[in-house]
Design a protein around this ligand. Structure first.
Ligand SMILES: [Fe+2]
Length: 224
């Protein structure tokens, strides 16, 4: 018997070395000039006023690692390796998220006007297993069972796996980088043991393609 999985959504996860001390992260987040405005989208979280923080010098190594992993994603998921000199994936915005309030998380969302998005974890919740959850939604963005007939087998399922799940939890730790398609919905569950001291800090970013898509001879040619 063969089970053939068609058309998956792929999340890249990689733990990378970074050169910013915990003290530097804390002093950066305490700087009122760069931090923090309450997240108007809800969830009692905070994010940076600057929406290009990966351009700041202290994040240079992280930015380079993200670009390296984006190229690995392009190669391994999209199959764009040899031709990647024709296009590149540019980080078009990046910002820091802080969760430091008990019972706060991030609401379910995706990232419009972006090709691939990602998140890098500078600090995670150290007192309980930290994670991000991805949610299957249908084409109009509503939450549905991950079946092609809109039926839910809740209560009948003996074991959940990637074929019959509509949510998927990915545990994360300090230094983890995730890259995923921007239209893939995701959220962070309310953190029970988070506090001003045990705060969670991540950098999110959006990307878009620069270069020329298409072979240059057809109507689908697109220069960006
Ligand atoms: Fe996000």
């Amino acid at each position: 018997m063969h089970l053939i999985d068609l058309f998956p959504s792929t999340v890249l996860q990689n733990n990378i070395d970074f050169d910013i001390s915990d003290d530097d992260i804390i002093s950066f987040t305490k700087n009122k000039n760069v931090m923090c405005t309450p997240n108007v989208l809800g969830g009692n979280t905070y994010f940076t006023k600057n929406n290009n923080i990966l351009q700041i010098k202290i994040f240079e190594k992280i930015r380079k690692e993200i670009y390296y992993n984006i190229s690995k994603y392009m190669e391994n998921v999209h199959g764009v390796g040899e031709n990647k000199e024709k296009i590149y994936v540019k980080i078009v915005s990046s910002w820091m998220n802080i969760i430091n309030n008990k019972n706060s998380g991030h609401h379910l969302h995706n990232h419009p006007n972006s090709f691939m998005s990602g998140v890098f974890y500078l600090r995670c919740n150290e007192l309980e297993e930290d994670s991000i959850k991805f949610q299957y939604t249908n084409n109009n963005g509503t939450i549905t069972p991950n079946t092609n007939n809109n039926l839910s087998f809740e209560g009948l399922v003996e074991e959940y796996h990637h074929r019959n799940s509509s949510t998927w939890r990915i545990p994360v730790k300090r230094g983890d980088l995730l890259i995923f398609p921007s239209n893939l919905s995701h959220y962070v569950e309310a953190q029970k043991k988070i506090s001003e001291d045990n705060f969670r800090c991540s950098i999110s970013y959006n990307t878009f393609i620069k270069g020329v898509l298409g072979d240059g001879n057809t109507t689908i040619n697109l220069e960006l």
